[in-house]
Write a protein that binds this ligand. Structure first.
Ligand code: F6P
Length: 540
């Protein structure tokens, strides 16, 4: 069992933080003018990622209080429990060993041995496809891979593939289908030649509605194209922990890549769920991704908390959530190829922290997970950044900058980074009404006009952000970045006292979905609410 010190009184710890907050005037401008070297004091780095957390409402004393909380919850022990395979997922009686998926060197545990065997199986398969020994039903090589999966069996590999576009193999394209909306599958298949197409059915449970339906339709598409039943094995492989269900579906035993109960769906891209990455970007890139994540794991295991990127980010998030009434966090990767990063992070963070009870099932008296959202910079600047700058809520931001250019258009990269820095600067500085008035008068407005316009032009500022600088958008650094957020979310779970590894909330919707589907074409059951009855009648 994992350790959760029974005496932890988070409510008291939060109250201490709240009284610290009330005691001070929090002006980011003042914090910087009184300590010009803040950026060096409030920064840390690991695995090629630099974190500047100086643009936050933090004093040394705040950090001390927050770090004190890590001791109260015995975070060090909780991290050890996670990494050593203790039953940290207490409601499902499982460990959460995604870190074992990216072990380096020789396997040292039973879990690592299973991972090593799986990696070898993946490597053999990837080599067969790349060398064109693996052929489709007409004897032609595979040129298209379609990953059918949803949630954690989709978002991770989909995001990584887009991030690593320069690693794309020219002779193999990878596609992703997730939605139960048939338009997703049919639009994807419309341009694909069945004889050159291989499907990966990616589902830990092999019982997910969307994935099963899409896989059945893909199977039918192959049969309609002339592939015989006995040739389907050349076009379908699976990644699943439910070997029996995958075999029942018709996937040959030797074409099933294992998953394990001790890997959560949203933490699974490092497992054979990453097969599309290994196929599309090459096995070396996949291994580099694992190596980068492993470097972040070592940092998480070893660094003092005052220097630990995941811990610092979690503490800051906790501070705002508990004491500043922030209901959301925005993530702004200034990299076109990280456009899908916010979607991946939404599942990781919101499925993990969207809980209302503690590990023992007691209702929590403080807020837990917040809304995570965002998009790639600089695009967001021309849509929702207005709300970040002048809206009534304070929304802490994570800016992610990539140091090395991601294209040959180096001047555009300089502009991109300039946009990134200037946005966090604007959030911090803002513009007072007086500054706005003076500016307007300098522009020739009358005193009266300037007075009337100034409230509209004033920007509150004093809005916090972190900036992460990632050395390069390559597999290694991407792996480190993703692992950083995984560990941040785990740390948040420890600070909040919740189990971040289950997701019971999604189950009710799944059950009701089956019941609604069964009711189609019939009279809706009388016990349903009036709205749902009416909707069913109008739609069918
Ligand atoms: O519905 C939520 C969920 O269970 C996620 O946690 C998971 O990543 C996704 O569905 C897909 O599950 P599976 O891989 O079992 O198809």
């Amino acid at each position: 069992m994992t350790s959760e010190t029974p005496t932890v009184d988070r409510t008291a710890a939060i109250a201490r933080l709240q009284s610290h907050q009330e005691k001070h005037k929090w002006s980011l401008r003042d914090l910087f003018s009184t300590s010009p070297d803040r950026a060096t004091r409030f920064s840390a780095d690991a695995a090629g990622i630099y974190l500047d957390f100086s643009k936050n409402h933090l004093r040394e004393e705040t950090l001390e209080l927050l770090l004190g909380l890590t001791e109260e919850v015995d975070l060090r022990k909780q991290i050890e429990d996670l990494l050593s395979g203790a039953t940290v997922n207490n409601t499902e009686h499982r460990p959460a060993l995604h870190t074992a998926l990216r072990f380096q060197g020789k396997p040292a545990t039973e879990h690592e041995q299973a991972v090593a065997d799986c990696r070898a199986q993946m490597r053999r398969f990837v080599e067969q496809v790349h060398s064109k020994q693996w052929t489709g039903y007409t004897g032609e090589p595979i040129r298209h891979v379609v990953n059918i999966g949803i949630g954690g069996s989709d978002l991770g590999p989909r995001m990584v593939m887009e991030a690593l576009r320069p690693w794309d193999r020219p002779d193999l394209s990878v596609h992703f289908v997730a939605n139960i909306d048939g338009a997703d599958l049919s639009d994807t298949l419309a341009t694909l030649p069945p004889e050159n197409t291989l499907f990966i059915v990616a589902s830990k449970s092999f019982s997910t509605l969307e994935t099963r339906q899409n896989a059945l339709s893909a199977r039918q598409w192959m049969l309609d194209a002339g592939c015989r039943e006995d040739q389907l094995a050349q076009h379908f492989v699976a990644v699943s922990s439910n070997i029996v269900a995958a075999q029942d579906f018709g996937i040959a035993a030797e074409n099933i890549f294992p998953m394990w109960s001790w890997v959560g769906g949203r933490y699974s891209l490092w497992s054979a769920i990453g097969l599309p990455i290994a196929l599309g970007c090459g096995f070396d890139a996949y291994e580099q991704l694992l190596a980068g994540a492993n470097a972040m794991d070592s940092h998480f295991a070893e660094a003092p908390f005052s220097e630990s990127l995941p811990v610092l980010m979690a503490l800051i998030h906790f501070w705002y959530r508990q004491c500043w009434q922030t209901g959301s966090q925005v993530v702004l990767p200034y990299a076109q190829r990280l456009a899908k990063f916010p979607a991946w992070l939404q599942q990781l963070d919101m499925e993990s922290l969207g809980k209302g009870v503690d590990r023992d099932g007691h209702q929590l008296p403080y807020p837990t997970g917040s809304v995570i959202w965002g998009t790639e910079g600089s695009n967001g600047q021309h849509s929702f950044h207005q709300l970040l700058h002048q809206g009534t809520d304070m929304i802490p931001a994570d800016f992610i900058a990539i140091k090395q250019p991601t294209s040959e258009l180096v001047e555009q990269h300089r502009w991109l980074l300039a946009c990134c820095i200037s946005q966090s600067q604007a959030l911090l500085q803002g513009k007072s009404q007086q500054e706005a008035r003076e500016e307007l008068e300098q522009q020739g407005y009358t005193h009266r006009e300037a007075h009337a316009l100034a409230p509209h032009k004033a920007i509150p500022g004093n809005r916090p952000s972190n900036t992460l600088i990632v050395e390069k958008l390559d597999p290694y650094h991407l792996g480190a970045l993703l692992a950083l957020y995984e560990h941040k979310v785990f740390t948040m779970g420890c600070l909040l006292g919740i189990n971040p590894f289950d997701q019971w909330g999604v189950e009710l919707g799944k059950l009701l979905g089956n019941a609604v589907h069964d009711a189609i074409g019939k009279e809706a059951p009388a016990e349903w609410d009036g709205s749902s009855r009416e909707l069913l009648a109008r739609l069918f």
